[in-house]
Design a protein around this ligand. Structure first.
Ligand code: ADP
Ligand code: MG
Length: 425
């Protein structure tokens, strides 16, 4: 029986099989559903992740924008900004700081502040002191050494640096170069002294003028009375010569101390220059000096507003100085041009003005540093018969025209004087 039963499936078996198939099917279906659920969950998670990623990217971009913005502000500041961290090392050094100190940020970042900026400086005036003692500085002054070991005056402020929760991060120092301001202050003090001296000199000159006139008149009378051949005639001539020189000095002085009133008129600058240079050339020919003059004029018309009489003094003074710097002859180059430029000491950023530029260059004896320093001081001269009033008068006239004068000179090589005058007067 058992043998017969082999290979046959009983009803029971069939049912059991059907049952298990059904439950297997169910399990499969359940698994399938679970898989689908998982898939859905995975997709949802993925979506969420993507959203979070996007948000993160956005917030990073936003953060970068703010950082860039702050960095740009820091870099565009004309004040130097530096930060020292808690280890007293430099953690930030903006572009203005680089320009003022001469150090590049790469050279100083992460290096001890005192090693870089603390040389020959009172510790009290450093942000390191602020960090250690907690005291800040506001608008104080100190002198620091630049990378090239030059001492420069700085205006500076320091304060502690904290994060939004009040944790100490370091100290910040903001500073700016006071050299220009100091120079201006010195110049103002110098001008004040000169003005006071000028006033006094003018009074003295005025007082001296009358007795001088008397001496000169009586000397003339004496001269007339003394016979030719009389040895005393020579003495009188010496007196007259001396009085003449004194008179010239007094007149120059009075001229110099008088305040300038300009009579501005439209001028064709090239023609104006040509007239003066023509006159000067004749003088050179007469004195048989071996001096060549080259001119460089722009092709366009050079109309401008000038006080012709006064400006003529400027050009002539410069030409004569150039020729006197060429005792053995040489070359004088005179050039005129129009340039757009900002005049010094004007508000930075203001638009450039059309300026008339006059340059007179000689290849003469040049000047020492000492001479260069005193160039514009009245009565400073290195010449036996100089008055020392040429350049100070030139400067006065140029400044009255709201212009600027620059002198470049090398001993033994030559001198270039450049004048800028606003074209429109
Ligand atoms: P002065 O010509 O009467 O000496 P200035 O004021 O014109 O007075 O010049 C002052 C000094 O500046 C001169 O004595 C001279 O030493 C120097 N100087 C001016 N111009 C030149 C120049 N072109 N080359 C060399 N030195 C110059
Ligand atoms: Mg002179």
């Amino acid at each position: 029986m058992a043998e017969e039963g082999k290979g046959e499936i009983t009803q029971e078996q069939l049912e059991a099989f059907a049952d298990s198939y059904a439950s297997f099917n169910k399990i499969i279906q359940q698994l399938h559903q679970a898989y689908k659920d998982l898939e859905q969950k995975f997709e949802n998670l993925n979506l969420e992740l993507e959203r979070t990623n996007l948000k993160l990217r956005e917030s990073l971009a936003e953060k970068e924008k703010v950082t860039n913005y702050l960095n740009n502000i820091l870099e565009s500041l004309t004040s130097g900004v530096l930060v020292v961290n808690l280890e007293e090392k430099i953690a930030l050094f903006n572009r203005a700081a680089e320009e003022i100190t001469g150090y590049k940020a790469d050279e100083v970042l992460n290096r001890p502040y005192l090693e870089i900026m603390g040389k020959e400086v009172d510790l009290q005036s450093t942000p390191v002191h602020t960090l250690r003692a907690g005291t800040s500085h506001l608008n104080e002054e100190k002198e620091v050494l630049t990378k090239l070991q030059a001492k420069i005056p700085l205006g500076y402020s320091t304060s502690l640096l904290q994060d939004s929760e009040g944790n100490l991060l370091g100290a910040v120092e903001v500073f700016f170069d006071l050299s220009k301001i100091k120079k201006l202050e010195e110049e103002i003090a110098r001008v004040r002294t000169l003005a006071a001296l000028g006033e006094m000199a003018a009074t003295v000159a005025h007082e001296v003028k009358n007795p001088l006139g008397g001496i000169s008149g009586f000397a003339d009378l004496l001269n007339r009375d003394i016979e030719e051949g009389d040895p005393r005639k020579n003495y009188v001539r010496k007196v007259i010569e001396g009085v003449d020189i004194l008179n010239r000095i007094v007149m120059n002085l009075l001229d110099y101390t008088r305040s300038i009133k300009l009579d501005l008129r439209p001028i064709d600058f090239k023609r104006f220059l040509e007239e003066i240079v023509g006159f000067f050339e004749m003088d050179i020919l007469r004195e048989k000096k071996n001096i060549k003059i080259e001119r460089f004029y722009p092709s366009e018309k050079c109309g401008c507003f000038l006080d012709a009489e006064k400006f003529k003094q400027v050009v002539l003074n410069l030409l004569y100085n150039a020729s006197q710097a060429l005792p053995d002859g040489g070359l004088i180059q005179l050039s005129a041009s129009l340039e757009a430029r900002n005049i010094e000491n004007k508000i930075p950023g203001s638009t450039a003005e059309q300026m008339l530029c006059l340059r007179i260059k000689d290849n003469g004896i040049g000047m020492s540093e000492e001479v260069k320093d005193k160039l514009f001081t009245p009565f400073f001269t290195t010449k036996e018969k100089g008055t020392g009033l040429g350049l100070s008068t030139v400067k006065k006239i140029v400044q009255a025209h709201k212009g600027e004068i620059k002198v470049d000179s090398k001993l033994g090589k030559g001198t270039t004087v450049t004048i800028f005058i606003p074209k429109s007067g």
